[in-house]
Ligand binder design. Structure first.
Ligand code: COA
Length: 379
């Protein structure tokens, strides 16, 4: 038996490795606090720029500071021709959006000669939407749309995807999403970012590594399949039959259950209200009615299916409904998660650097010892 200090904490579950003032999760109560604000307070009111300023500075900006911050980020949106070329190639080869985002992120400090952490943070936050939208335009066989400095972060992202100025309802819907998922404790990609800067590497490297971590289906990949499921149910009707067939086939229902939350994910509640507002305003609430009736049925059937385990709606369920509504293509859902979460990653990098300690856990050795060498031709 391993002694206490040899105990292996697989996946680091339940182990606190940092102190943070950025966000706090209460999984039993279903409460999320971001930068000191209850999620619903922040998500519905802030612009994305305000959320990022809050996380980086632990306070809201004054009106002047906000104007300066917006202007500075907007001026950093453009990407170099060489990066555009890489994105064009990624799109032509059919690489997923997250690969394109990783390639673009890695080049975010091209043409700059300082590694100041906050400047690098501004670079990646500003460039992420441009990278994703440029890749998407190429994948559609279209030319990229240059960013517009007069638009806010969320509005400009939608504008670069379509070339059309988005409606206020779409901007508010996307902004609510970006605020809602900007930070969420020490999830895998955020931890990755902190590990990278703990070696005194740089923030661009940290954000690039975090994109690679977010790409994995266990982290950021559920909303695409959720949308497929909702689209199918919307077309064929009878959500209950769909839910029962899925569970009877031994499959999991995407968009339900969570490692930490034992009640409805508070982000699902915020995104559900935002999606409802959006679909009502757009006059296209048919699809949203399917979404709501699917949730009601799914929660009931899951309770019957697993009475001893609370399986409630998670963030991905309403992410799919909201992003689809505001016009983000399905194949960009995970990359759009990255467009938001880079605000949290960079905030964690800056926080880590305030009181850095190299992250260096250890592994319990379970291999052989004392082997003797055999030359290759004798093996
Ligand atoms: N549908 C059906 N059954 C589910 C389920 C779901 N969405 N989520 C969990 N379960 C069941 C498991 O099959 C398991 O049953 P078992 O004990 O008979 O094997 C039990 O509930 C516990 O599952 P477990 O894998 O231990 O829970 P977890 O805390 O590790 O999983 C998730 C959390 C999110 C990975 C899991 O709920 C899931 O796969 N959900 C669907 C994918 C999804 O929506 N992901 C986005 C998360 S934000």
């Amino acid at each position: 038996m391993p002694t206490d200090d040899q105990q292996v904490h697989r996946g680091l579950e339940g182990i606190a490795v940092a102190e943070t003032r950025l966000s706090s999760i209460d999984g039993e109560a279903g409460e999320l606090v971001i930068g000191g604000f209850p999620l619903d307070e922040l998500a519905a009111n802030a612009t994305y720029e305000e959320s990022v300023f809050l996380l980086w500075n632990d306070r809201l900006p004054t009106a002047d500071e906000l104007a300066d911050f917006r202007t500075d980020l907007a001026a950093r949106r453009a990407i170099d021709d060489e990066v555009r070329e890489v994105l064009r190639r990624a799109a032509a080869e059919g690489k997923p959006a997250m690969d394109a985002l990783r390639m673009g992120a890695a080049a975010a400090n091209l043409g700059s000669d300082d590694g100041d952490p906050e400047t690098d943070a501004r670079r990646v936050v500003a460039a992420f939407p441009t990278i994703v939208a440029t890749y998407w335009r190429y994948r559609q066989g279209e030319e990229p749309v240059a960013p517009r400095e007069d638009l806010g972060h969320a509005a400009n992202y939608l504008y670069m995807l379509t070339g059309e100025e988005p409606t206020d309802a779409a901007v508010r819907g996307l902004e609510t999403y970006l605020n809602t998922v900007v930070d969420h404790g020490l999830n895998a990609s955020t931890f990755t970012a902190r590990v990278v800067v703990s070696t005194e590497s740089d923030v661009v490297s940290a954000a690039t590594a975090a994109v690679g971590t977010l790409k994995g289906p266990l982290h950021g990949g559920a909303p695409g399949p959720v949308l497929d499921m909702l689209t199918e149910v919307h077309e064929r009707g009878d959500p209950e039959a769909y839910v029962r067939e899925t569970l009877d086939a031994g499959e999991r229902l995407m968009g339900f259950g969570h490692r930490v939350y034992r009640v409805r994910d508070p982000r699902a509640s915020v995104l559900s209200s935002a999606a409802e507002r959006f679909y009502e305003a757009s006059g296209d609430d048919d699809f949203f009615e399917t979404v709501q009736s699917f949730e009601d049925v799914a929660v009931d059937v899951l309770a019957e299916h697993k009475p001893d385990r609370s399986l409630e709606t998670n963030v991905e369920f309403y992410t799919a409904a909201l992003l689809h509504g505001v016009g983000v293509p399905r194949d960009l859902f995970t990359a759009t998660f990255g467009v938001s979460r880079v605000g949290g990653w960079t905030a964690h990098c800056l926080e880590q650097l305030e009181d850095n300690r190299l992250v260096r856990p250890r592994a319990r050795y379970v291999g052989d010892a004392g082997r003797t060498w055999t030359p290759a031709k004798e093996r």
